[in-house]
Design a protein. Structure first.
Length: 92
């Protein structure tokens, strides 16, 4: 099944609602969750939208990533890091 088969010709990623939702995720976690080195610019759906359209705009189904990591995730070279890393920085 293709993206177009689920959503038709109107790509929901072009809507204002989706862009605001994506930007909120990136603001909440500005670093790529996969590598942590670059700024997150995109969101990767853990459960693909084509398989689970109902999860397309669910916060727990996406992770903020950089373009390079997003490409690697889509190609299957990486597995998504589901939890945000919580490293102890020594502060109490």
């Amino acid at each position: 099944m293709r993206f177009r088969d689920v959503f038709g010709t109107r790509d929901p990623r072009t809507t204002r609602r989706y862009r605001k939702w994506r930007d909120a995720i990136i603001r909440r976690e500005p670093r790529c969750r996969q590598c942590g080195k670059r700024a997150s610019e995109e969101v990767h759906h853990i459960e693909p939208v084509v398989r689970a359209p109902a999860l397309a705009m669910v916060f727990t189904n996406v992770i903020p990533v950089c373009k390079e990591c997003h490409h690697a995730l889509d190609q299957g070279f990486l597995k998504p890091v589901r939890e945000q890393s919580r490293k102890w920085d020594g502060a109490c």
